[in-house]
Design a protein around this ligand. Structure first.
Ligand code: PRP
Ligand code: ORO
Length: 214
């Protein structure tokens, strides 16, 4: 089985993907969505987590050769970054969404030297806003950011635009399209749910999709 499919299958199997059209989720970006993919649940499944980490390592070796530091985003990217760094025998750091207001007042924890080739790990990309904030902090600190690696992307045009404008490469283990195809094939989602998801996906920032089935 192709890795993209395997990771999507794992996410469905552990019920990381939840639909709640009646009470939509509010995403980090403020978007209201009928779907939420909770990749944090992977931590509860060591065998599946191992597959995820192996897939990350292969992706990084293929797309970001010469990586010297693995930097996770706080909070959901941290655990994955730690295991990837350990598997690749590389140093790990993590990046907060903003600098601490006490202590050493750092946004980047750990050590990232100026010029070091850094791969940034997030668990999930919706708009990309969170991980790009981390990328900018690392670049300001002088890191040479090779790109971003994440488990899942919704493949939203807004994210494409944000990564393009930031001139940052994004590679993911799987994506919304793969997940939805699999969920339909498995019968995990009904045709009515699929129609609602399609309507939402056509314009995620509008609330029009909520009128469907009401
Ligand atoms: O691509 P974006 O639009 O930025 O959205 C995705 C981000 O949102 C989630 O983090 P959240 O803010 O929920 O925090 P957490 O990592 O602490 O769980 C997720 O883990 C990503 O980091
Ligand atoms: O955009 C988000 O905040 C978000 C969406 C999602 O499906 N899962 C998640 O953890 N965060």
């Amino acid at each position: 089985m192709e890795s993209k499919q395997l990771i999507a299958e794992h996410l469905l199997k552990i019920k990381a993907v939840v639909l709640s059209p009646e009470e939509p989720f509010t995403w980090a970006s403020g978007i209201h969505s009928p779907v939420y993919c909770d990749n944090r649940m992977i931590m509860g499944y060591p065998v599946i987590w191992k597959d995820v980490i192996q897939a990350f390592v292969s992706l990084i070796q293929k797309n970001y050769p010469g990586a010297e530091v693995i930097a996770g985003t706080a909070t959901a990217g941290i655990s994955h970054a730690a295991l990837i760094a350990e598997a690749m025998h590389l140093p790990m750091a993590y990046v907060r969404s903003s600098a601490k207001s006490h202590g050493r007042k750092k946004q980047i924890e750990g050590i990232v030297q100026p010029g070091q080739k850094t791969v940034v790990i997030d668990d999930l990309i919706s708009t990309g806003g969170s991980v790009l904030t981390a990328v900018h902090a690392l670049e300001e600190a002088g890191a040479d950011v090779l790109g971003v690696a994440a488990i899942f992307t919704y493949l939203l045009p807004q994210a494409d635009k944000n990564f393009e404008e930031a001139n940052i490469k994004l590679k993911t283990l799987t994506d919304f399209e793969t997940l939805i195809h699999l969920a339909v094939a498995q019968g995990t989602i009904s045709s009515a749910q699929l129609e609602q998801l399609k309507k939402w996906y056509a314009d995620p920032t509008s609330e029009d999709w909520r009128m469907l089935n009401q």
